[in-house]
Ligand binder design. Structure first.
Ligand SMILES: [Zn+2]
Length: 755
């Protein structure tokens, strides 16, 4: 057997390195066309493009986008008039398609500080002998200051079109229920009401939730419910354009976010949670408009949900869905957005074991005759350094230079290139020396990860499989040195880029810093497993330079300074103050806060003072006191009963009620459990709650205190919007934010009563 040259992937299996091998000149200008780095860059670009690309605009997409235009004309928080318009539009649109709806009207005072009245819309498409129920969910309310085109009129538009598609082609075996929840933004109120009252009576076999956190990008599958293996198997072959990975649910699970899917998942229902997350600069702001929304996003979303719904409603596999159990864990990911690869965790473990054995067999001889592990320790130290540099310094640096708010795949590639260069500049020893040790360590890591976190272990597994394949190929097929290097990079680092590229990209979109760290880690791994990459320093520098040059010409996220100013009014003293808890203020607000002052009395004694609010003097303005009416106040035995009515000045207002901890409390007819009362509902360590959606005739609140106590009750009523004249009187150029529609202000009236 002739000894292969040291540049080749056969280094993995070659016992004795050619330590004094002549240096290879990959990097001459003429050599660039077949350079490993250039080849790898092309593969990285292909992998990222495959994620960003979204399909063409179809008829259903246009219809769904039409619903978004109708729904997202203005903010529609719970209880607001615009909210009623949205509700009526959904009901009327479905009725026109021959789909009946019911409305669940109820009050939720569930497990948290957030309470309120909600109106869920429930549409049912029945079949003669249903063997299951597919539940589709989207929320039709928005936050106070945003028209919520992305969040979540997109989901509502998609849900309407999915129901129309199902109606036109009724499923064979499952009933399809469309749930348009209310009060998601007010604390998941609508879905809590549904789970409490209606879910127990429906044999739901699978749920699909549709969320959104941006104006562009494909619909990603970012969360799955318990025991969703059967559901994944059922939809995998029908999704034409999947953007999926079992790593996304894993990462999402680490974040403190909740959606309507959370209570459904906690009720033991399996399912799929989708969201588009690109161009999220307008999230929860006035700029989340229908005009900013990408039509191809809506098209991709609606086609994905329609395919998944029809597959689930056709009854494929749904009988076993939701059964749960560890054996049910699935590994899945998309390849270039074209194929939905899926297999069980058990399969992952078997593959990892086989690869470990193969690696030890292939690398064992080479390992014994080399000093690989010592060198690898040095390499690991360089990795950590490079990751820290790329992950922490680069985003800050680029942010300063280019004012680039949105992470882009150029930045990710730049981070990767920097890491490769860091390795190139610091590693003087032969890459081939280290590679056998790296491969064995890698195989061991993959095996451990396959047991501990199978959902993530596919990344190192397929990277290693590519490296082993390259090594085997280079021994079996007589190739020139250059071709060996290219094959090695394509199957080693190239496979890493195809499999890990999407994860890095979406991580960067979700959190720039995390994305940079992941990019650096992946780049370091790829360069370690593909020795030819390390020689290619000039090509790497060229790619890096070109990448950085593209950054300024990329489309940027519109950065809109937003005002969250409130006019706080203390009804006891008639005193008004500007209030905000923003750390950095837009220019027009800085002028308002030139004269810092104290919060008005009632506010200073409330939760607000503990939320980092500060205040400034404000002109007097006629504000009516919060709608607090004492219905009765009596002592019975050792108890002090207080009945209040909270009556908002107008619809869409929010009430905040804080008091001495009561013995018992009933809010709008819903009695709080003793556990809720003991715990206190307010996260600010003060007993209280927030109520959304109070009608103009008000809601009842009954509180019971010990007879000897002198209970204190504070009520704040938050009314959306600040009159332009009030800003004008304060010298603020109210026209600037008003003209842009960027105003998230409110008037908050507060009052305190001692009983
Ligand atoms: Zn939402």
């Amino acid at each position: 057997v002739s000894r292969p040259p040291p540049m080749s992937p056969a280094a993995l299996t070659t016992p004795i390195p050619a330590a004094d091998a002549e240096p290879r000149r990959w990097t001459s200008l003429t050599g660039l066309r077949a350079s490993p780095v250039v080849l790898l860059s092309a593969i990285v670009a292909l992998s990222l493009f495959a994620q960003v690309r979204v399909g063409s605009d179809g008829e259903r997409g246009r219809a769904a986008a039409g619903h978004v235009v109708q729904l997202a004309r203005e903010p529609r928080p719970v209880g607001s008039p615009a909210h009623d318009v949205a509700r009526d539009y959904i009901v009327a649109t479905l009725a026109a398609a021959g789909i009946d709806t019911e409305i669940q009207r109820t009050t939720v005072a569930g497990n948290s500080y957030f309470t309120g009245r909600v109106e869920n819309i429930i549409a049912t498409i029945d079949v003669p002998k249903p063997q299951g129920v597919v539940l589709l969910i989207a929320h039709y309310d928005s936050v106070l200051g945003s028209p919520g085109a992305g969040d979540d009129a997109v989901g509502v538009g998609v849900l309407i079109e999915a129901l129309r598609a199902v109606k036109m082609r009724p499923p064979a075996r499952a009933r399809v229920v469309g749930l348009f929840t209310d009060g998601e933004e007010a604390g998941l109120l609508g879905i809590q009401a549904f789970v409490r009252d209606l879910l127990p009576h429906l044999a739901v076999t699978a749920a699909i939730n549709m969320e959104s956190r941006g104006s562009a990008g494909p619909a990603l599958l970012f969360e799955v419910g318990p025991g969703s293996a059967a559901i994944i198997r059922a939809v995998a072959d029908t999704l034409r354009d999947p953007r999926v990975s079992s790593i996304y649910p894993l990462l999402y699970g680490l974040l403190p976010y909740d959606t309507d899917f959370t209570p459904v998942r906690e009720a033991g229902i399996g399912g799929l949670n989708f969201a588009n997350i690109s161009q999220a600069g307008g999230y929860h702001l006035a700029t989340d408009t229908a005009a900013a929304l990408s039509l191809s996003t809506v098209s991709h979303y609606v086609e994905t949900v329609v395919s998944a719904t029809q597959a689930l409603a056709a009854g494929i596999g749904i009988a076993s869905a939701g059964s749960g159990g560890e054996a049910d864990e699935m590994v899945f990911f998309d390849l270039l957005g074209l194929w939905f690869v899926h297999y069980s965790a058990r399969t992952q473990q078997v593959l990892a074991t086989l690869l470990f054995v193969a690696t030890v067999l292939m690398a064992g001889r080479a390992l014994i005759s080399r000093r690989g592990f010592g060198d690898l320790a040095f390499d690991l130290a360089v990795w950590v350094g490079a990751i820290v540099v790329a992950g922490l310094a680069l985003p800050a640096l680029l942010g300063v230079i280019f004012d680039a708010a949105e992470p882009s795949y150029s930045l990710v590639t730049a981070a990767a290139s920097i890491t490769v260069m860091a390795l190139l500049s610091q590693l003087r020893r032969s890459a081939e020396d280290v590679m056998p040790a790296a491969a064995v360590l890698w195989a061991g890591l993959t095996l451990v990860l396959s047991v501990q976190l199978p959902e993530a272990a596919y990344l190192p597994l397929w990277a290693l499989a590519g490296v082993l394949l390259a090594a085997a190929l280079s021994r079996a097929v007589p190739l020139g040195e250059r071709w060996r290097a290219l094959v090695s990079v394509a199957l080693g680092a190239g496979v890493v880029a195809i499999v890990a590229g999407p994860v890095v990209y979406w991580l960067a979109i979700a959190d720039a810093r995390l994305g940079m760290m992941a990019a650096a880690l992946v780049a370091a791994s790829a360069s370690l497993l593909s020795p030819p990459l390390r020689r290619d320093s000039r090509a790497a520098a060229l790619v890096f330079g070109l990448t950085v040059l593209t950054v300024p010409i990329l489309p940027r996220e519109p950065k809109t300074p937003v005002s969250h100013v409130s006019y706080g009014y203390d009804a006891a003293t008639g005193q008004g103050r500007w209030m905000t808890n923003q750390q950095s203020l837009p220019p027009w607000d800085s002028a308002l806060f030139a004269n810092r002052g104290d919060l008005p009395g009632t506010f200073a004694r409330s939760w607000i003072s503990r939320q980092g609010y500060y205040a400034a003097t404000a002109p007097p303005w006629p504000v009516s006191a919060p709608g607090l009416h004492v219905v009765s106040d009596s002592r019975q035995g050792d108890q002090h009963h207080i009945r209040l009515r909270l009556r908002p000045e107008s619809r869409g207002a929010l009430f905040y009620l804080y008091s001495t901890q009561p013995l018992a409390a009933t809010i709008d007819g819903v009695a709080l459990s003793s556990a809720q009362i003991r715990r206190g509902l307010n996260r600010q360590n003060q007993w209280g709650l927030r109520f959304a959606g109070a009608p103009v005739d008000g809601i009842d609140v009954a509180l019971v205190f010990p007879a000897d106590a002198r209970p204190m009750v504070q009520v704040f009523e938050q009314r959306p919007g600040i009159p332009a004249e009030l800003f004008g009187r304060a010298g603020r150029a109210a026209a600037i934010p008003m003209a842009n529609g960027i105003i998230d202000g409110s008037i908050v009236a507060g009052i305190e009563r001692i009983f």
